[in-house]
Design a protein around this ligand. Structure first.
Ligand code: GDP
Length: 360
């Protein structure tokens, strides 16, 4: 009662202040803006204090399609930016069923037990079809999800790869600002998403199965080329011999690629995520990698070139979006397509025409 009275009198004061000359609605707007900016400040502070609920809320804003949320989150990200960049970003890919979540859970548990703070993010643009069932399943990583030093965020829901990738990158920055020093970025190795994950991580790990051909595993040659390590999972039970054989074969295959500019020779390891074997060994290899690339300067160099890539990528994405959302373009595009179809216009003339239209 008294608070509404206070609100009323504050408004009346503003209204009656000839210097300000604000209408009631603009005074309310200012109040709302102040409240909002306080909320954003609180949210940002929460993230910097490592509060997971605030972190989740901010990532929800990142994922939101609303323009207002996009504006809000920009402020959060720019305030958090100076506190990010201090983690190791590890990309993990492999086809569904290879054992990604089992492997990530074991690796995550090993790391939190060593005192690290581990965040797991997922890139899965196909989730528009699967409704996030591949990576978003709540029952995955049950033990890790309960650990106070771990944070698991399922994929951003269905959108273009460009959109999901950008959102993951922004989420990475916030996780880092919240103090997570190891980020595991998971993706399903069946599409273009590996390239996106490769371009936002320091180390790219490919999980494979022994015995199944590359086609069967849906793995393209290019992905093997991107890998800093291949871990053959499910090297247990009757699978052990096949896994050892696969290790020799992959080692041979990897030697056929030119050596990497960072001085690192990709490794092949065996693991059984189910039995928690080979996980520590994999982590030791990762540590060796980081020691090496941090001392030879490649770690910094790679991050810097990734930032350049994301700068141009973001500009291109935004120009494209602006172009296709332009009212002139929307109105004329079907007609221009028709003219290309009837060969009245060449695609190049049509492009010139539309590009000029977009400027007018
Ligand atoms: P994802 O789809 O790649 O995330 O794979 P999951 O981690 O969900 O694992 C798929 C299935 O493989 C599950 O039934 C796991 O229990 C099983 N699995 C995972 N890792 C291993 C392993 O190292 N050995 C064996 N035998 N099974 C495993």
């Amino acid at each position: 009662m008294s608070s509404s009275k206070n609100k009323k009198s504050a408004l009346q004061e503003t209204k009656s202040d000839p210097g300000l000359n604000l209408s009631q609605s603009s005074a309310e707007k200012i109040k709302a803006l102040r409240r909002k900016s306080k909320d954003i400040q609180k949210l940002t502070q929460g993230i910097l204090n490592g509060n997971k609920t605030d972190l989740s809320q901010a990532i929800t804003l990142i994922e939101s399609q609303s323009k207002r949320h996009t504006e809000d989150i920009k402020t959060v990200i720019s305030t958090c930016l100076p506190y990010s960049n201090k983690s190791l970003r590890i990309g993990i890919t492999g086809v569904p069923g290879v054992g990604k979540s089992t492997f990530i859970e074991q690796l995550g548990l090993l790391l939190v037990n060593q005192g690290h703070k581990v965040a797991v993010l997922a890139v899965d643009p196909s989730s528009s079809v699967t409704r996030g069932s591949i990576l978003g399943d709540k029952t995955r990583m049950e033990k890790l999800v309960q650990h106070p030093q771990a944070y698991i965020r399922p994929t951003a829901s269905g959108e273009s790869l460009g959109g999901v990738a950008r959102k993951t990158r922004e989420s990475i920055l916030l996780c880092e600002a919240a103090g997570f020093d190891i980020l595991l970025i998971e993706t399903v190795g069946v599409g273009q998403s590996e390239t996106a994950v490769h371009s936002m991580t320091d180390f790219f790990l490919l999980l494979k199965l022994a015995g199944a051909g590359d086609e069967l595993q849906g793995i393209k040659r290019g992905i093997i080329e991107m890998a800093d390590a291949i871990v053959i999972n499910k090297a247990d039970g009757e699978n052990i011999q096949a896994a050892k054989k696969a290790k020799v074969e992959f080692n041979r295959a990897l030697h056929m690629y030119p050596s990497k500019s960072n001085g690192w020779t990709p490794k092949v390891k065996l693991a059984s995520a189910l039995k928690n074997e080979g996980i520590e060994n994999t982590w030791n290899m990762l540590s060796d990698y980081f020691t090496k690339v941090k001392s030879n300067g490649f770690f910094k160099e790679k991050r810097s070139s990734q930032n350049k890539f994301w700068l141009t990528q973001t500009i291109e994405d935004s120009l494209k979006k602006e172009f296709y959302q332009n009212e002139n373009i929307k109105a004329e595009f079907p007609e221009v397509l028709e003219k290309i179809h009837s060969q009245e216009l060449s695609p190049f003339e049509a492009a010139d025409y539309l590009l000029n239209k977009a400027k007018s």
